[in-house]
Design a binder for this molecule. Structure first.
Ligand code: TYM
Length: 331
């Protein structure tokens, strides 16, 4: 039997996961788990590129693990683990730093955005972050990386680093392809639909739908979302609020934009928002119920963490040994 290709992705335990994370990541992750040999990582090493409170980091990490499982990932079929439990990530990251350039890292738009918020003392980790991300992916000989639109540049860099390394040492790494969904890859804020919905956006609660928000709160946030005044439900860049709601609706229902436009033709914004709010709430409701059950089962979660780390470590070390040998390190 032909071996399944490897799929790798990850999420940071740096805040409360959002509807953007769900549509850009979780929803695709669970739909791809039969087709690929899937590895899903909780990237806590990435999270510390900005300061984290230790108790909160622990809480968010456990909750994110429970959410991975509650959104449908099967811990028997997939490898689900915490990044800092597998030391190979940090090791390969250092090595790849020696094969990455200041120029290409300086061009990363996420670095430019995030570093602006850091004042004068910008952690070097924030600068090197995409190299760690490349290490995550390349350690597992990954073929496919499902991500949202905001990760495109990091994935391109990862491919460049892999190709550069392979050109020097032969075929060491699989060069990964990115998988970005057509709909839902960039969910925007509800109050500011020209900016991405983000878990680190703590300034305006109504802008962001958190997956663990009370269902009534979710409903009301969508009802209060910013639109425009021409009362036409059309997918257009001139109507960012409506465009975003149509994207959310289609990301969840899997309908095409054209189908949704025709379903809502002639409907007012109030009724349209209610329809969107309903599908979102119906989608999230069972996830929250499973999340609460899973989070309460401490022994199960501990076992998932232990087993996941063991499986991931085995695969990662295989690549790391190969890399070290190629470079000329003695073992
Ligand atoms: P993170 O934690 O910011 O986001 C996790 C995933 O959610 C997607 N996403 C969105 N999708 C649609 N609309 C949005 N508003 C939205 N916000 C976030 C992201 O694109 C991502 O797929 N650097 C990564 C984590 C990472 C990683 C990796 C991913 C580390 N190593 C290796 C893939 C492979 C990050 O910060 O994601």
């Amino acid at each position: 039997m032909e071996e399944k290709k490897v799929l790798f992705s990850g999420m940071q335990p740096s805040g409360k996961p959002t509807l953007g994370n769900y549509l850009g990541a979780f929803k695709n992750w669970s739909s791809l788990q039969e087709e690929y040999n899937c590895i899903y990582c909780i990237v806590d090493l990435h999270a510390i590129t900005v300061r984290q409170e230790p108790a909160m980091l622990r809480k968010y990490t456990k909750e994110l693990l429970a959410l991975y499982l509650a959104t449908g990932l099967d811990s028997d079929k997939n490898t689900i683990y915490i990044q800092s439990n597998v030391t190979a990530h940090a090791e390969l990251s250092w090595i790849l730093n020696c094969y990455s350039y200041m120029g290409e890292l300086s061009r990363m738009t996420q670095f430019k955005d995030k570093s602006q918020k850091q004042g004068n003392n910008i952690p070097t980790g924030l600068f090197n972050y995409p190299v760690l991300q490349a290490a995550d992916i390349l350690l597992y000989q990954t073929s496919v990386v499902p991500v949202g639109e905001d990760q495109r540049q990091h994935l391109e860099l990862c491919r460049d680093i892999a190709i550069r390394f392979n050109n020097i040492y032969g075929d060491v790494f699989t060069v990964p392809e990115m998988y970005i969904p057509k709909i839902g890859a960039k969910v925007m804020g509800l109050q500011n639909p020209t900016k991405k919905m983000s878990k680190s956006d703590a300034d305006n609660e109504n802008n962001v739908i958190y997956l663990l928000d009370d269902l009534k709160v979710i409903y009301n946030k969508i009802k209060r979302s910013v639109t425009d005044s021409d009362n036409q439900i059309i997918y257009s860049d001139d109507k960012p609020g409506i465009k975003n709601l149509l994207n959310i609706y289609c990301g969840i229902t899997k309908k095409t934009i054209e189908q949704a436009e025709s379903d809502f033709k002639g409907m007012g914004y109030g009724a349209f928002k209610e329809a969107v709010a309903e599908v979102v709430v119906e989608e999230i409701k069972p996830i929250q119920a499973r999340f609460n059950e899973i989070l309460a089962d401490k022994i199960f979660l501990e076992n998932v963490i232990k087993d996941g780390a063991k499986k991931a470590e085995y695969m990662a070390n295989k690549t790391l040994r190969k890399v070290k040998k190629k470079i000329g390190f003695i073992s």
